[in-house]
Design a protein around this ligand. Structure first.
Ligand SMILES: Cc1ncc(COP(=O)(O)O)c(C=O)c1O
Length: 348
């Protein structure tokens, strides 16, 4: 969901940005007006996430999926290796892409347990000579989230934060590179945020295609080619909305309270079974099972009829998934809890 006040402002200014006489989709990406928008978006993210000065903030395209390839293309080679901590389906995709460019080892692979938790520090088989360690901070499909960063020593930590960025404060300084598709918590699809520490830039491999080289986008401040101007405009408005809510600490409090409503409802009965271990439970994607697949189907159908749509788990894992991103209202969680109680009374 995108915050309603953001959609309202975008609607109001759709035909003409105030004082400009044209839509944001019509102005030049090299105009002063767009410069203010992209700089505003960068400043908003820097403030919200306390991004240190020695990090560049980029607005790219190609989704988080392109970052699965760009990260190894830039930093991995046939005579080097990277470590991947795989805690779910997106991490699996990331490691598969990396294996095309060099050695990508799984420092932990939580598939055997059915992706129900993040590994403990003593389960990690880290190679101190790895060029980076990759994690998926929140596995969107399984609903498994890292609550703290793994200790990876001096090796740069790279994170796919597509589905929990801006949901709570994070220590950016512990990361070498962070990437995230915008479409969960930042705005519309089509913009990919990359936050990259300066010292990694000289390590980028030579002779990459220009568009796939992080240095191109750092040097040109995300304006080497035409960026997704509309997406960056909305992202800027979302940052302002978040600041008005008290920043990421305020957002975290709301998110924790929303997630607690659902997890408490799951834990209150044996009828519902949470998928993730309590310590690894995602604050954004709450996943659980019912006693049978037939009941899960019925649950989704009846929920949809009551206006609670989109609860079917991802086709690869089944079950139920409630995605409760930043802009999803608390009332929606309350309505779902009421529905869960009713459904159990009728079918338990
Ligand atoms: C954690 C994670 N990584 C990567 C992706 C893929 O993102 P995109 O569609 O922007 O390529 C998603 C999409 O849902 C995701 O949740």
């Amino acid at each position: 969901m995108i915050p309603v006040p953001v959609l309202e402002e975008a609607q109001r200014d759709m035909l003409s940005l105030p004082g400009v006489g044209m839509s944001v989709m019509e102005i030049s990406h090299r105009s002063k007006t767009f410069d203010e928008i992209i700089q505003g978006a960068e400043a908003g993210l820097r403030e919200l996430l306390s991004i240190p000065k020695d990090y560049a903030v980029l607005f790219l395209q190609g989704g988080a999926s392109l970052q699965f390839s760009m990260v190894p293309m830039n930093f991995l080679s046939l005579d080097a290796s990277a470590d991947y901590i795989v805690t779910g389906s997106w991490g699996q995709k990331a490691v598969k892409e990396a294996q095309k460019f060099g050695t990508a080892d799984m420092a932990a692979n939580m598939a055997d347990g059915g992706f129900t938790r993040v590994p403990n520090q003593d389960e990690l088989q880290l190679n101190p000579r790895a060029v980076y360690v990759h994690i998926t901070s929140n596995e969107t499909i399984e609903g498994v989230e890292f609550k703290t960063e793994p200790d990876v020593g001096n090796v740069p930590l790279v994170a796919d934060m597509s589905s929990n960025i801006l949901s709570r404060p994070i220590p950016v300084e512990k990361y070498g590179l962070i990437y995230a598709g915008a479409q969960k918590n930042m705005g519309p699809s089509g913009v990919t945020l990359v936050i990259i520490r300066d010292d990694l830039l000289p390590r980028v491999r030579a002779e990459l295609a220009t568009m796939l080289d992080y240095n191109t986008h750092v040097k040109n401040k995300s304006l080497y080619n035409t960026p997704n101007t509309w997406g960056i405009y909305i992202l800027n408005l979302v940052c302002k909305w978040l600041k008005n809510k008290g920043g990421l600490k305020g957002m975290q409090q709301e998110n924790e309270a929303k997630a607690k409503l659902l997890y408490d409802a799951i834990d209150a009965t044996d009828f519902y079974r949470g998928h993730a271990d309590p310590d690894s439970r995602s604050m954004m994607n709450v996943t659980w099972r019912l006693p049978s697949e037939d009941l899960e189907k019925k649950f989704c159908a009846e929920a949809t009829a009551k206006g609670l749509d989109g609860l079917k788990g991802h086709r690869s894992v089944g079950g139920i998934r409630a995605s409760i991103y930043n802009a999803f209202p608390r009332e929606g969680c309350e309505a779902l809890v009421e529905f869960m109680k009713d459904f159990e009374r009728g079918n338990g």
